[in-house]
Design a protein around this ligand. Sequence first.
Ligand SMILES: Nc1nc2c(c(=O)[nH]1)N[C@@H](CN(C=O)c1ccc(C(=O)N[C@@H](CCC(=O)O)C(=O)O)cc1)CN2
Length: 289
Amino acid sequence: MAQIIDGKALAAKLLETTSADVAEIVAGGGTAPGLAVILVGNDPASQVYVGRKISQCRKAGIRSVEHRLDAETPQEDLLALIDTLNADAGVHGILVQLPLPKHIDAALVLDRIDPGKDVDGFHPVNVGRLSTGTGGLVPCTPLGVMLLLDSVIEDYRGLNVVVIGKSNIVGKPVSMLLLEREATVTVTHIETRDLPDVARKADIIVAAAGAPHLVRGYWVKPGAVVIDVGISRVTDFDGTTRLVGDCATHELDHARAVTPVPGGVGPMTIACLLSNTVLAAKRSAKTIA
Ligand SMILES: Nc1nc2c(c(=O)[nH]1)N[C@@H](CN(C=O)c1ccc(C(=O)N[C@@H](CCC(=O)O)C(=O)O)cc1)CN2
């Protein structure tokens, strides 16, 4: 039976450490870290995620300000709000929830965030820093994936990792983090030939394709570690809906360890957002390099 890596438990631990960090900053006379969360439109899943981010901030002692904008908000208004938040010394982290409505150029918006406040790690400066291994803020989901992997793997050197999906949010940054640990990383995507054969050579699979149950049992070599980043809502015959990942976890008994969906990578994303906010606050106060 494969070990189930408990993302909820690991996220709870990280949140405890983050809360303790915040308490220490405040006890030392510093300002509590502040996070601004921008949500444009009414996407139901985004509303849930933003709600969770705000409530976790409250629990950790992070000041959070929510900016809910109408779906029709002009791009210029969103950019102007970011300019205001960039200039606000009480705001240490700025996050624009994705996806954005179609009339808004997401790249332009993300580029407008001060890189030091870019707690999502999506700004080109932070992307560059990650790819050159020179610090910066690291995107939350890839950071969460690494912490989950660190709970079962000590030494990545020479391990074969197959990343499924080449998105800017997960596939590319997680590949950079794994390269830093000297793993041998293969990034695959929709055009990759013989994907099951490629995957079968992996010691670690990071599945981030957003394709329900794409990774079947025969794709996974015995003893491999499988991190399932995908979260899709599927409807059963009787009309009930449920969340499933990119991996057919019920076929992965021969794996060494797997993350569940829900309860794996998802909770880590929010926990890492909070720890990035504290890191950004410490850097702005120059208490950390
Ligand atoms: N600005 C950003 N936008 C988006 C990001 C991001 O990191 N920054 N990631 C995703 C959405 N996301 C956070 O924003 C996110 C997704 C899922 C979860 C989560 O905890 N999932 C649960 C199950 C969810 C449920 O119960 O409905 C789980 O996997 O256990 C947290 C955050 C896209 N947008």
